[in-house]
Design a protein around this ligand. Structure first.
Ligand SMILES: Cc1cc2nc3c(=O)[nH]c(=O)nc-3n(C[C@H](O)[C@H](O)[C@H](O)COP(=O)(O)OP(=O)(O)OC[C@H]3O[C@@H](n4cnc5c(N)ncnc54)[C@H](O)[C@@H]3O)c2cc1C
Length: 413
C-alpha cells in the first residue's frame, strides 16, 4: 500500500505535534508555514503545560466584572471598540458559554484532554533527545488581597473535583516555595503537578527538526486558498505556487478561521492578543512559575531569563500592538518581585486563537472528508498541542481516539 500524504498548514505547537504524530502513524507529512517553525503564538507564551488549566475564560458571572474593563483604559483585558462590530457575535456566544451548565461541559472536556498534556509531549521530546525542555516543579497562584483569594476559590475547588491537588497557602508559605516573591503576596494556591516548557519556541524548533529527521518535509510558504475538486480540496494555493494534496490539516492558529471558511466551514475565531517582556539578567533566581491573578500577570522562569506575560486584547489580527500594555507588566513585576533588576531584552505579542467557548476545534471537517481541523486552542495551545496531535493522528489513522472528540467538533457552532 502506498503511504498516504498529509499536508499540515501551520508549524506551531499544534501543527508540529500533529505532523509528528501523523508520521508515527505511518503518514508522509509535509508541514507548511509562512515563517520558521515555532515563530507564531507558540513562541512567546507563558510556557505553562497545564493539566489544571481547564477553567475556560467564559466562567459563570464573569460579566459582573465587565465594568472594570471599560473604566480602566490600561486594563489587561481590552475589548477594542473599533473591532466590536466584528467581534460582537463572538462575544454573544462567549456570554452563552459562561452559563453554569455549559461551563461545566467545557471544563470537563478540557480536563479530559489536559490530563494527557505531559504524557503526549514525552515521547516526542524523548525521540528528539530533549526531554529537559519540560520541567515539572509545580505552579503557584498568588493573591495580594483576601478578596482575590476568595474569588479564586471556585476555580480551585473545580480543580480539586477533577482530582488535581491544590494546596491553599498563607503569604509566608508562598515565600517558602518561591522566596523571590515580596511581602505584598498574602495568599496562594500551590499545584504540585504543574510544569512548564522552559523555552517554548526552542521546543517547537527541536520537534520540527525531529520531524525532518524522520523523513517529513517542511515547506516555507503562505497558503492563500484551495482548489476544490469533487472529493474536496485537491490543491493548496499559495504565494509560492501551491501543490497537489490528498489530505489537509488546518493548524494555522488564529489565522485558521479564514482558511476553514475557504474550505466551507465557519468557525467563530477571534485573536486574543497577549504580550510578554523578557528580562535575561533579572537578579532574581526564581524556581517556579507564578500566576498573579489580581494583576493578570504570569511570571515564568525560563532557561533564557524571566518571562512576564499579560493581556487579552480583542482588536483583530491587524491592529497595531499596544506596547504600553506590555510595559505595564514591569510595574506589576517590580511590585511582586522586589529584587528585580535588569533590562527588558524582548517585547513580544502573539495572537491566541480564541473560540468563544474556550474549546479547540479538533476533528474532521463537516464538509470535506479529506480535511481536518486542529486550531482554536486559546490560552492552552502550548499545553494541549501534543495531545491534540496525538488524538487527531489516531482519528486520521482510523483508530479509536484516547479521548472522545465529540465536544471538539466544528459542528458545535
Ligand atoms: C501572552 C500569551 C501567553 C500564553 N501562555 C500560554 C501558556 O502558558 N500555556 C499554553 O498552553 N498556552 C499559552 N498561550 C496560548 C498558546 O500560545 C497558543 O494557544 C498556541 O501557541 C497556539 O498554537 P498554534 O500552533 O495553534 O498556533 P501558532 O503557534 O500561532 O502557529 C500557527 C502557525 O500557522 C502559521 N500560519 C498562519 N497562517 C498561515 C498561512 N496562511 N500559511 C502558512 N502558514 C500560516 C503561522 O505562521 C504560525 O507559525 C499563551 C498565549 C499568549 C499570547
Amino acid at each position: 500500500m502506498p503511504r498516504k500524504t498529509v499536508h499540515v498548514i501551520g508549524a506551531g505547537a499544534v501543527g508540529v505535534s500533529t505532523a509528528l504524530y501523523l508520521q508515527r502513524e505511518g503518514f508522509d507529512v509535509a508541514l507548511i508555514d509562512r515563517d520558521e517553525p515555532g515563530n507564531g503564538c507558540s513562541a512567546g507564551n507563558a510556557g505553562n503545560i497545564g493539566i489544571a488549566s481547564f477553567i475556560p475564560p467564559a466562567t459563570p458571572g464573569i460579566w459582573r466584572h465587565a465594568w472594570k474593563i471599560w473604566l480602566d483604559p490600561m486594563h489587561p483585558l481590552d475589548i477594542r471598540l473599533s473591532h466590536l462590530p466584528k467581534s460582537l457575535p463572538w462575544f454573544l456566544r462567549f456570554a452563552l458559554s459562561s452559563r453554569e451548565a455549559r461551563f461545566l461541559e467545557v471544563s470537563d472536556a478540557l480536563a479530559g484532554i489536559m490530563r494527557y498534556a505531559f504524557d503526549a509531549y514525552d515521547p516526542l521530546l524523548r525521540a528528539a533527545g530533549n526531554e529537559a525542555l519540560i520541567q515539572r516543579n509545580g505552579r503557584l497562584f498568588i493573591y495580594e488581597t483576601e478578596a482575590g483569594f476568595q474569588a479564586a476559590q471556585g476555580s480551585q475547588e473545580r480543580r480539586r473535583e477533577k482530582g488535581i491537588e491544590v494546596q491553599a497557602l498563607s503569604g509566608d508559605e508562598v515565600r517558602e516555595i518561591e522566596p523571590a516573591l515580596g511581602p505584598s503576596v498574602r495568599f496562594g494556591h500551590f499545584l504540585p503537578e504543574g510544569g512548564i516548557s522552559i523555552n517554548p519556541q526552542h521546543m517547537i524548533q527541536v520537534l520540527a527538526r525531529s520531524l525532518e529527521q524522520g523523513g517529513g518535509t517542511i515547506l516555507r510558504d503562505t497558503v492563500t486558498g484551495f482548489e476544490i475538486g469533487p472529493d474536496g480540496p485537491r490543491r493548496i494555493l499559495s504565494e509560492g505556487g501551491g501543490c497537489d494534496v490528498e489530505t489537509v490539516v488546518v493548524a494555522a492558529g488564529a489565522f485558521s478561521g479564514a482558511l476553514a471558511k475557504r474550505l466551507g466551514t465557519s468557525v467563530p475565531l477571534e485573536s486574543e492578543r497577549g504580550y510578554h517582556v523578557m528580562i535575561p539578567d533579572s537578579g532574581v533566581g526564581m524556581c517556579i512559575p507564578v500566576g498573579a491573578a489580581e494583576r493578570h500577570v504570569v511570571i515564568t522562569p525560563m532557561e533564557h531569563g524571566i518571562r512576564f506575560t499579560t493581556g487579552s486584547e480583542f482588536s483583530g489580527l491587524d491592529a497595531p500592538p499596544r506596547w504600553d500594555l506590555s510595559l505595564r507588566i514591569l510595574d506589576d513585576a517590580r511590585a511582586l518581585l522586589p529584587e528585580l533588576t535588569g533590562d527588558v531584552e524582548t517585547k513580544w505579542y502573539g495572537h491566541r486563537p480564541a473560540t468563544p467557548d474556550g474549546l479547540p476545534v479538533i476533528g474532521r471537517s463537516p464538509v470535506h472528508r479529506n480535511v481536518y481541523f486542529a486550531f482554536g486552542h486559546g490560552h492552552v495551545g502550548l499545553g494541549t498541542g501534543a495531545i491534540t496531535g496525538q488524538l487527531l493522528a489516531q482519528l486520521m489513522a482510523g483508530k479509536p481516539t484516547e479521548v472522545d472528540l465529540t465536544p471538539f467538533r466544528a459542528e458545535r457552532f
